[in-house]
Design a protein around this ligand. Structure first.
Ligand code: SF4
Ligand code: SF4
Length: 163
């Protein structure tokens, strides 16, 4: 994981200012940031964090070790562009690398993380609550996809120029 993080930090240092100044990338980053905030608000409104906090006290958190391998340098770069704290350190305990004392330290999450809801939460939210959160997660992930569709070719073009 350390090499993936190093590549993300290196790209952020080299290309972060240019990416943030590019009007198309900037607008897509803003849309994605707003969608992430809306998902966070809906999660709060539906009471999901209380379940996860209770679970964490029982050492039952579902952010298990190995999930971090789904993250590549590009999704971590997007986290940095969105202002996620860059001081990622291996979490203590047998959990995902990005799981900190207050939960996940990432802003831009992989669909794997977004699409998992345990049976307890599904039961508590019921059909209407699950439909609402799935709809919002779908919107957020489509913003991520739109951003990657523009950001990756931007990066590849610059990297080619720099060879
Ligand atoms: S999603 Fe479910 S299993 Fe995972 S931390 Fe929350 S309550 Fe626990
Ligand atoms: S939500 Fe965050 S901490 Fe949990 S598995 Fe996903 S990346 Fe890891």
């Amino acid at each position: 994981m350390a090499s993936v993080i190093q590549r993300a930090l290196g790209m952020h240092q080299k290309y972060g200012p240019g990416l943030s100044r590019d009007p198309r990338v900037r607008s897509l980053l803003d849309d994605y940031g707003q969608a992430i905030a809306q998902t966070g608000q809906l999660t709060q409104d539906l009471g999901i964090p209380a379940f996860c906090m209770a679970c964490a006290t029982r050492d039952g958190v579902c952010c298990f070790a190995g999930v971090e391998r789904r993250y590549d340098e590009y999704l971590l770069l997007i986290n940095l562009l969105l202002g996620a704290p860059a001081a990622w350190e291996k979490s203590a305990g047998p959990t995902c690398y990005f799981c900190g004392p207050q939960g996940c330290t990432l802003l831009a999450k992989h669909s794997f993380c977004h699409n998992f809801f345990c049976a307890e939460i599904k039961q508590a939210l019921g059909g209407a609550g699950m439909a609402a959160i799935n709809r919002q997660v779908g919107l957020e992930l489509s913003c991520q996809w739109e951003l990657e569709r523009v950001l990756l070719p931007w990066l590849w073009a610059r990297e080619k120029q720099d060879l």
